[in-house]
Design a protein around this ligand. Sequence first.
Ligand code: SF4
Ligand code: SF4
Length: 348
Amino acid sequence: MPGRWEGPWEGRLEKWRDLLFNPYLLPVARPYSITVETINTCNAKCIFCPYPYNISARERGIMSMPLFRKIVDDYAEWGGGNLCLTPITGEILIDKHLEERIDYARSLSPIKTIEFYTNGLLLDGDRLENLFARGVTRLFISVAGHDRESYRQLMGVDRFQRFCANLEAIHATALRLGRLTSVTIAVRTQLELESYRQTTFYREHLQRFPQVDLINRFSTWGNSIELARLPIPLTAASLGEEHRHRMQRLKCPCAIHYGVSGGMMITWNGVVSYCGCRDFMGNTDLVIGDASRESLVDIWKSPAKKRIVAGFERGEPPLFCQQCDKYTPMTRMNRLQRIRRLLGRGGW
Ligand code: SF4
Ligand code: SF4
């Protein structure tokens, strides 16, 4: 069956719709969120994450406090917004400076919200209460599988019981504090979603949370993970020619940089990537600067960043993006969500 925009109208309807509804036509003065990767070590080895396959390929490290303060100061002076502390691959709660970083960021009023993903293995009720008290706005707790065996198979560690115990404490604490809606459970499963909702784990542990995101597709992270290793890979079509044609046809930069799903990323040693979502090595053609030497504003306006945007606009996106299944064209940015984000009320 032909797709919605195929046939003689292919491209034209999208073009007119984008002209009429495209928030990209409005200037985006600064990112509504930045991602600061303070640590790139993890205590899990998920088979759908590039981390276990690239442990030795990337230097491990923790961001120094002076560099962290410099980055957050830059962002606050620029106008601030959301601070995302999710490492591209890593577990934030291993970072022994985390609480100190949150305190510092919260001392700067332009930093409106702080959020991050965690696998929850180091999160009990006391720590959650402490994080909320210090000013964390939202937490996403990621889990894969539905019992000890599927958890071990997908997450690469045998810690399902520990996770369940933590989740109990997290629920009780968030409920007591009236912060249940500040916690989202992000689930990966190899089951059909309806089957997953019938599992004991879902019924006894997860469905009490108001926000549960279920996903049963797995990315290759730009062909960094062999398709054969993934339980249910995204279709080849989404990674292949069709995907590239879509980028070429839309001629539109990826919105990740501007604040969707984290905004541009600063790695633990200061490398700045256009992408806060997929550039897990921080050494691709998406690198646009070094936050230890340059201000974030200068990097945002840098020739390297302009080259990437111009490449998208010519239909020649960066090589790394051509393999990416997470492409989010600016035309898909929802105005309402942008306004919500500006008001510090979430979105994306
Ligand atoms: S998906 Fe997250 S928890 Fe799993 S190995 Fe990667 S960084 Fe660690
Ligand atoms: S297309 Fe993919 S790799 Fe490129 S900026 Fe968007 S999310 Fe990142």
